[in-house]
Design a protein around this ligand. Structure first.
Ligand SMILES: Nc1ncnc2c1ncn2[C@@H]1O[C@H](COP(=O)(O)OP(=O)(O)OP(=O)(O)O)[C@@H](O)[C@H]1O
Ligand SMILES: [Mg+2]
Length: 323
């Protein structure tokens, strides 16, 4: 792991037990997040972005099993923490916000009560102190009229305001790491930009290591410092944004880039990504899970032992025939 990493995910593999057998949903996922850095995780639906986030936060469902790897937070392996230590870590040092902010909130408690609940769980305080901290948390996510909003129930708030409440809850205990899993899906375009600007500003103001999970490469390119590309449970490439756009090395990354409207030179170049993710239950998955969709496949692609390798300073790629 690099000396300055806040979060370092090393060779993380996760299986799910299903009725039709065991599914290797994450296979040796590796990436770092530095303090204050915004790292985008992009990939198609089903590529393992949320499972990665949930594994880091320790909120995977019971059918999931971490079969190997390490998750280091400031050098400490969070997978080795006991349940109570991990619970305390979650919220106070690392937080997550979800897609669909309204359903992530409790419908029968006011915004202020919910933020207060999070604060009280981590630091016991008098009701008066908690009330002041709640208003402060609402101000920090730029909610107008915080006294009034603290008394509102989720159904009385717009989607954008609900997501700001979610962010206020996530940041109320001043964590060092924020994971945002599709935080703006379902919001209109203007609100999307307001929420993303807020996340970026807070990340910079607080030196908050941030993981932005999205299938929207254009959004990631606008807000992230670095991008990690996932395909079918593998990290296939990772690089700083400008480098990834100028010199993509993995054939899957180039396909993703060609599917972004602002990047394709003209509309006729816009391409959907052909093929679909392989069925991860298959016993004959090729070492490169993209091979069957790839127009650069060579015999070497079928040899075992594919790994992420350096393709330049802070650029890694897992491909036997990169561009
Ligand atoms: N509880 C579960 N049991 C079995 N398989 C699961 C379970 N949860 C997730 N998976 C599988 O893990 C894979 C990755 O899912 P994940 O939700 O991480 O994808 P994602 O990249 O977040 O997709 P999306 O963009 O749709 O949110 C998928 O193939 C999914 O079917
Ligand atoms: Mg997801």
């Amino acid at each position: 792991m690099s000396a300055e990493a806040l979060l370092s995910v090393r060779s993380l593999s996760v299986n799910f037990r299903t009725r039709s057998g065991t599914v290797a949903v994450l296979d040796r996922v590796t990436f770092d997040v530095a303090p204050g850095e915004i790292v985008g995780i992009v990939g198609e639906s089903g590529s393992g972005k949320s499972v990665t986030a949930f594994a880091v936060m320790g909120i995977l469902d019971a059918a999931a099993q971490i079969t190997s790897g390490e998750i280091l937070f400031e050098g400490r392996n969070v997978l080795a923490m006991g349940a109570r230590e991990r619970d305390a870590w979650r919220g106070s040092e690392a937080s997550i916000i979800f897609q669909n902010p309204r359903t992530a909130l409790n419908p029968i408690r006011t915004a202020g009560e919910q933020i207060g609940d999070v604060l009280a769980r981590h630091v016991p305080d008098t009701a008066t102190v908690i009330r002041a901290k709640v208003l402060d948390a609402l101000r920090q996510v730029r909610i107008p009229d915080p006294e009034k909003r603290a008394k509102s129930y989720p159904f009385e708030l717009s989607g954008g305001l609900c997501q700001r409440i979610g962010i206020a809850m996530a940041l109320s205990c001043s964590p060092k790491l924020l994971i945002a899993d599709e935080p703006t899906t379902g919001l209109d375009v203007t609100t999307q930009a307001v929420i993303m600007d807020l996340i970026r500003d807070l990340a910079h103001e607080r030196n908050l290591g941030t993981v932005l999970i999205t299938h929207d490469l254009a959004l990631a390119s606008e807000y992230c410092d670095r991008i990690v590309v996932m395909h079918a449970g593998h990290v296939v490439e990772a690089a700083p944004v400008a480098e990834l756009f100028a010199h993509p090395r993995h054939p899957y990354t180039t396909r993703l880039l060609r599917s972004v409207p602002s990047i394709a030179d003209d509309i006729s170049q816009l391409q959907a990504i052909s093929g679909s993710l392989p069925d991860l239950r298959r016993s004959d998955l090729p070492p490169c899970r993209f091979a069957e969709r790839c127009d650069r496949r060579i015999p070497a692609c079928d040899a075992a032992g594919l790994m992420l390798e350096a393709a330049g300073p802070s650029h890694t790629v897992a491909c036997r025939n990169p561009l």
